[in-house]
Design a protein around this ligand. Structure first.
Ligand code: NAP
Length: 469
């Protein structure tokens, strides 16, 4: 019941089909239900990070905070009468295709711990790829004396005032947490393995002025135009500026084409401007891979101001182990801390968070291994009547937004369901050769883009072998 599941529910309801939405959480919103860490906000503009068919004139900030998004999902669920179709606090344990009956058996465990099998003709897996927290494998993690938790599991009643706080990971989540808590904690140590490129964005924390909200509500087409202007530029020629130009010369191997080199200069200027008085920090924050090669983060200056605070330390030295009193880096330094937050991301490449068995007893994770793939990111050979939302190859590195993708993925699923139901067929399944052709082309294209650049060692776009999937 995150953004894609709600959308699928709306479309199924409009088609007059019976459906059930299963969700492990106690309410709607998926990742926005779970991620409540201090500073959590969307880093894609709110006026496009919402359903195209719902008004988008109500956001109080250009990049709204998690609670506002959660309220939005609750409102949409109630508006479309989906609540009666939802079963919350219900965890899916296994999903198995029954070839004889041509149906899926969905095994679930309800809030009281009882198991049940739900029979379904079609399954839409809308679990996204941000729902399985990835904890690092660091020696001694379980010996730490204080509270320690993943960013997506921030304890509701945690009092961090006057603590010596460690943040491991400074990707999209850590980047938002640090500036938000730096003024509250006694000391903040940020352990960042890879430096991040940062896009200057002066309105990142800005409120939408009343006049603009008025314009969205009253000026014909203004709101639609705004959404279009946020979405379209990245969709058109966008990907070309990410392509590796074999003729591009960069002695330092830190840009992939002329436009990418210009972006690098622009982003470097911003870093130098922000840290003009702290050359020691500049050394620590400049990435050693091409701009845009990992998911770029937004900043209005708050990240760099946070790093400059006297009670904040950015540590780029690798972590060796965790001991009861804190964190020891590979150079032997002990950082004594009272609490640790692991902002270390999610197990992106599992895509489907439960065991799934398709035709002929084939396991989905077994079939995928470390290279998950799906035709258009949606359908998988051997898995009839299954549709994935935010599946393999649909992770966004630039432009548009997940809502935009989800609306097309859901449209594709509804079209396929319609074909099955109106043709008298039992099931629909992508042909292996069609899937393979699509996947080969996707891999070929992605290998020529900046995200595959060999200087990028760790990235959630890459699998453990360093391949972008
Ligand atoms: P992430 O971007 O994958 O960042 C994880 C961080 O943890 C990185 O700094 C990573 O370092 C570090 N890390 C991981 N394993 C480590 C280890 N073993 N030792 C040391 N450091 C380690 O994860 P995230 O910040 O949770 O964000 C995940 C995704 O969620 C984003 O890409 C985005 O799609 C979404 N998100 C969106 C928003 C938003 O819209 N506002 C906010 C938060 C998250 P490396 O860089 O070296 O791997």
């Amino acid at each position: 019941c995150g953004l894609s599941g709600i959308l699928a529910g709306i479309r199924l309801s409009q088609a007059g089909l019976p459906f059930t939405i299963l969700d492990k959480n106690a309410g709607p919103g998926g990742t926005w239900w779970e991620n409540r860490y201090p500073g959590a906000r969307v880093d894609v503009g709110s006026h496009q990070y919402c359903y195209s068919f719902e008004p988008s004139d109500h956001w109080s900030e250009y990049y709204c905070q998690h609670s506002e998004l959660r309220d939005y999902f609750i409102r949409v669920v109630d508006k479309y009468g989906l609540r009666e179709h939802c079963r919350f606090e219900t965890t899916i344990t296994a999903v198995t295709w029954d070839d004889e009956q041509g149906r899926w058996h969905v095994e679930v465990e309800g809030p009281d711990g009882t198991s049940e099998v739900i029979d379904a003709r079609f399954v839409v897996s809308a679990v996204g790829s941000l729902n399985l927290p990835r904890m690092p494998d660091i020696e001694g993690m379980d010996t730490f004396d204080g509270p320690s938790f993943h960013s997506a599991r921030w304890p509701e009643d945690l009092d961090i005032s006057d603590t010596r706080f460690a943040l491991i990971g400074a990707g999209a989540s850590g980047f938002q947490i640090a500036p938000t808590i730096a003024g509250e904690v006694e000391h903040l140590t940020i352990f960042q393995r890879t430096a991040q490129w940062v896009l200057p964005n002066p309105i990142y924390h800005a409120k939408v002025p009343d006049g603009e909200t008025w314009a969205m509500r009253h000026l014909p087409f203004y709101g639609r135009w705004l959404r279009f202007m946020m979405t379209q530029p990245g969709l058109g020629s966008g990907v070309e500026s990410f392509r590796i130009d074999p003729d591009h010369v960069d002695p330092h191997n830190q840009s992939v084409n002329a436009a990418n080199a210009a972006s690098r200069d622009l982003l470097l200027d911003w870093m130098h401007e922000q840290l003009a008085d702290r050359p020691d920090l500049i050394e620590k924050v400049v990435p050693d891979y091409p701009a845009m090669g990992k998911r770029v983060l937004q900043d209005n200056g708050s990240w760099f101001q946070c790093l400059k605070r006297p009670n904040v330390e950015l540590v780029r030295t690798g972590i060796d182990r965790i001991v009861p009193e804190g964190i020891v880096t590979v150079d032997g330094t002990l950082y004594s801390v009272d609490a640790i937050c692991y902002a270390t991301g999610f197990r992106h490449n599992e895509f489907v968070a439960f065991d799934m068995t398709g035709r002929g007893g084939v396991s989905l994770h077994g079939q995928w291994g470390d290279e998950p793939s799906a035709y258009l990111g949606i359908t998988v050979p051997n898995f009839p009547n299954l549709f994935l939302c935010y599946g393999p190859g649909t992770n966004l590195a630039h432009s548009a937004g997940l809502f935009f993708h989800a609306e097309y993925q859901t449209m594709h699923a509804m079209d396929a369901i319609h074909r099955v139901l109106t043709s008298g067929a039992r099931a629909i399944e992508v042909r292996q050769d069609v899937h393979d052709r699509y996947t080969d082309e996707l891999v070929r294209q992605i290998s020529s883009l900046v995200w595959a650049h060999p200087t990028i060692q760790h990235s959630h776009y890459k699998n453990p072998d360093g391949k972008v999937y």
